[in-house]
Design a protein around this ligand. Structure first.
Ligand SMILES: Nc1nc2c(c(=O)[nH]1)N[C@H]1C(S)=C(S)[C@@H](COP(=O)(O)OP(=O)(O)OC[C@H]3O[C@@H](n4cnc5c(=O)[nH]c(N)nc54)[C@H](O)[C@@H]3O)O[C@H]1N2
Ligand SMILES: Nc1nc2c(c(=O)[nH]1)N[C@H]1C(S)=C(S)[C@@H](COP(=O)(O)OP(=O)(O)OC[C@H]3O[C@@H](n4cnc5c(=O)[nH]c(N)nc54)[C@H](O)[C@@H]3O)O[C@H]1N2
Ligand SMILES: [Mo]
Length: 752
């Protein structure tokens, strides 16, 4: 299973922040530790533009230490906080009325919700003093442009989806979207996580966010050169083609709760490739599931600690996989740019590259030919067909992606262009991304959308002041032409610079192209053109749009009201395990879910099962340490990196620790609502207040006080092992994405 966390991408880019941002609103991110290079750009913006850095975090982090304004928020109350800001902005008429009027749909509902969140009410819910809320709202209104930066402190909540929606809404209200120095800059996680997100290594989508509809499958069948009927036969029954699979967060339920899964079969085998497993919450359940499986295969450069966690002695295999240095291909950065990466050495010892492992698998199971045919395809005379009998990895894989993925505009990402960018780094300006010399007219890494192989890439999304052919565009027309009788297209005043069409326009299809663009297609073109811009292999739609200065995906309004979501506009809901029992009644979580990613998920039944705050009075936040990453296996095998944090710990305020008679450096037990516990060292620390503790999530190898050292194959035990924080991160998952509620939970402390 591959892993993709966090949502979205940067709308802008780091160089843009350095050059243009006047304020940086960092919420739920600790870039000083998690993205030090990104942080350097924020500090440069402070130096160059006197940009104000505002940090909102439940913990006084290293990023907070650099902030002009630090606001200590209670975990899981960001929606309430942003409504508190919006309340003041609307009350004073500080919103960008023209922007909202012409480019946004549904803002009245946001206004109505914001009315409720006076500074006093917001202060009570979030723990941030009212004066600070007013002060920051004033800064945002007076300081344009502000960029909003977030990461995992925002997403890892049962309300993660609402959190990630309310922040762009704030930027739309302020008119900061599609502007230099503005936008939403979501600082993505590990190496190439943006690439794996765009490839949708997920249980509910085909690559490029195509979803699981028949239309999507047919588009891919065509691009892969295989029969749709053949694809259908890969499934136990047709209906599973269109249904979400099990998710990485909850696969264990698919093993353990046979009678309660909504699948044709419980999970019996697990194939792990590129994720640590101990990085997921509910480790005790995961351990049980690992033991119950019929087969566990791990394809890894290291001894993945899933193998150590499991008690099984049979039917467990570790396949040695090469690292990124022994491999080649394109990777995607957090600002939607692609970069070609060359191999440093051939795969060492008996290890194989990830794709070779998959090719071997496909051979064994008899579908190698179909699996690799997409790389032999090409466009000839405006039609997609097999054009050669052999393929060359990774070039042909990149070209296959460029051919198929139209949704986010990867058309321009051919191996040839990406390699040219890599070979000509010196010809690009690091701040504007603009190319010089032979690279003139292109942006470094061709930030998507790069609609076709003549398009230079789009460094700033939704910028209507830049022509489409230089990276400009409006908002995407994705949800129909009208809703509740209101047009979803941008108003007439929003004409993308250089466009032949005045104002908004719909997404381009074969049916509307002549009318919308005011052109005539030839009979030959009419025959070859695909149904719409997302599925048109002929390239006719992209080409005609380029000539007209039109974005194939339309020029529409951003919608702040999502009528198909459980909360059409975001509303504050208390975390499932809330420290404020008194607020749970007023701001309850969602109802329980049945059959989401094939399993049931508890929301209200869990929240109301008992008065959690009474028995588990301390809030729990998880975090990263600079010397370890992810599940931590990579760095804990390094002597020097391990030495910085040789054992698992929790940051705890002395006033809290001393309530339990715990001294600095002593062991303590942390108990979770689900009845699990971990034993960790208490580190006295003033970054946390006495109502909360913070702990790193990069350890494994100890389970509820039991040392698993003996389970590592000889010579493979890392220099540092420790309890995984995910043994006690609380039960709870986002209503839409199922990301675990790593960042809002409760625990009980006990001296060990
Ligand atoms: N409590 C808590 N838990 C969290 C988080 C949190 O904030 N708090 N954060 C979550 C987030 S955002 C993430 S992204 C996850 C990260 O957690 P994981 O996905 O577990 O991240 P890594 O530890 O980087 O795991 C990658 C695994 O892939 C292996 N690997 C490295 N390179 C290669 C390669 O080229 N090929 C193959 N096949 N394998 C390779 C590594 O050895 C490692 O075992 O953790 C999540 N878990
Ligand atoms: N050294 C190192 N670098 C890494 C990683 C690593 O493991 N080690 N992992 C990489 C990955 S996969 C990712 S996804 C990124 C993550 O990058 P970040 O998200 O920047 O890293 P975190 O340390 O998880 O920071 C999240 C911050 O959110 C705060 N927070 C928690 N709950 C809330 C809340 O309810 N509201 C608000 N406003 N804030 C909250 C936490 O206190 C914490 O400071 O880092 C990447 N970089
Ligand atoms: Mo991540």
């Amino acid at each position: 299973m591959a892993n993709t966390w966090g949502y979205g991408a940067m709308t802008n880019h780091f160089g843009d922040v350095v050059e243009n941002s006047k304020a940086i609103f960092m919420i739920g991110a600790n870039s000083a530790v998690a993205n030090p290079i990104g942080m350097k750009h924020f500090l440069q913006a402070k130096d160059r533009n006197n940009a104000k850095l505002i940090v909102i975090d439940p913990v006084y982090t290293k990023s907070a230490a650099k902030a002009d304004h630090y606001l200590r928020i209670r975990t899981g109350t960001d929606v309430a906080f942003i409504y508190g800001l919006l309340h003041i902005i609307f009350k004073n008429g500080w919103e960008d009325e023209k922007f909202i009027e012409s480019r946004v749909y549904g803002m009245e509902d946001i206004k109505a919700e914001a009315k409720k969140w006076t500074p006093e009410v917001t202060a009570d819910v979030t723990g941030i003093p009212a004066e600070q809320i007013i002060q920051v709202a004033t800064i945002l209104a007076k300081t344009k442009p502000t960029t909003v930066v977030w990461a995992l402190g925002i997403t890892q909540h049962s309300t993660g989806t609402s959190n990630t929606r309310i922040l762009p809404i704030l930027q739309l209200v302020l008119g900061n979207m599609g502007k230099k120095g503005g936008g939403c800059n979501i600082i993505r996680g590990h190496d190439n996580v943006q690439g794996s997100t765009d490839m949708c290594c997920l249980a509910d989508s085909l690559p490029g966010y195509y979803g699981l509809s028949d239309g999507s499958w047919k588009h891919f069948a065509q691009g892969w050169g295989v029969d749709y009927e053949w694809l259908k036969k890969r499934f136990y029954a047709k209906k599973w083609m269109n249904e979400k699979g099990f998710s990485l967060a909850k696969w264990w339920q698919g093993v353990l709760q046979e009678e309660k899964t909504y699948s044709s079969s419980p999970i019996r085998a697990l194939w792990v490739q590129g994720t640590g497993i101990t990085s997921m919450s509910q480790q005790v359940e995961i351990q049980k599931a690992l033991n119950k499986l019929d087969l566990l295969v791990i394809a890894e450069p290291f001894v993945n600690e899933a193998a150590v966690l499991s008690d099984r002695e049979d039917n467990i295999y570790i396949l040695p996989v090469a690292t990124q240095f022994e491999n080649e291909g394109s990777v995607t950065a957090t600002n939607r740019t692609s970069q070609w990466r060359t191999k440093v050495v051939d795969p060492l010892y008996e290890s194989k590259t990830d794709h070779d492992v998959m090719f071997e698998f496909a051979k064994k199971f008899g579908f190698y030919d179909e699996f690799t045919r997409g790389m032999k395809m090409g466009i000839k005379d405006g039609e997609i067909k097999q054009v050669k009998n052999d393929f060359n990895f990774a070039e042909d894989a990149s070209d296959e992606i460029a051919r198929i993925v139209k949704t986010i505009g990867l058309g321009g990402w051919t191996a040839k262009r990406l390699k040219a960018h890599q070979e000509n780094w010196h010809m690009f300006d690091p701040l504007t991304l603009k190319g010089r010399g032979a690279m003139k007219g292109e942006y470094y890494g061709l930030p998507w959308p790069s609609w076709d192989d003549k398009h230079p890439g789009s460094p700033i999304l939704y910028d209507v002041d830049t022509p489409v052919n230089e990276g400009g565009m409006g908002f995407r027309n994705r949800f129909g032409l009208e809703h509740d009788g209101v047009s979803q297209l941008a108003e007439d005043s929003v004409t993308v610079k250089g466009s032949s069409i005045k104002g908004g326009y719909p997404e381009i299809t074969s049916a509307n192209i002549e009318k919308v663009l005011g052109i005539k297609l030839t009979d030959d073109e009419k025959q070859k053109i695909g149904k719409n811009w997302k599925t048109d292999y002929s390239g006719i739609i992209q080409e005609k749009c380029r000539i007209a200065g039109v974005a194939p995906y339309g020029n529409a309004k951003a919608r702040v009201k999502v009528w198909t979501f459980p909360d059409p506009v975001p509303i504050h809901r208390e975390p499932i395990h809330s420290p404020r029992t008194d607020l749970v009644k007023k701001h309850p979580t969602y109802g329980d879910q049945t059959n989401n990613f094939r399993v049931d998920v508890r929301f209200s039944s869990e929240q109301n099962a008992q008065d959690w705050a009474k028995d588990f009075p301390t809030m729990l936040v998880t975090m990263r340490v600079v010397n370890l990453s992810g599940a931590g296996m990579l760095e804990r095998t390094s002597k020097y990196l391990s030495h910085i944090t040789p054992e698992m710990f929790a940051n705890i305020h002395p006033d809290l620790a001393l309530n339990y008679g715990i001294r600095d450096g002593e062991d303590m037990w942390l108990h979770s609502p689900q009845g699990t516990k971990i034993k960790v060292k208490a580190h006295y620390n003033f970054s946390v207040t006495p109502d909360r503790i913070s702990l790193p999530y990069n350890f494994a190898g100890v389970m509820q006080g039991v040392d698993l050292s003996h389970k590592y194959p000889e010579g493979t035990k890392p220099y540092a092992t420790g309890e995984s924080s995910n043994t006690i991160t609380n039960y709870g998952f986002d209503i839409i994405t199922q990301i675990p509620e790593f960042n809002a939970g409760l625990c009980r402390i006990e001296k060990a």
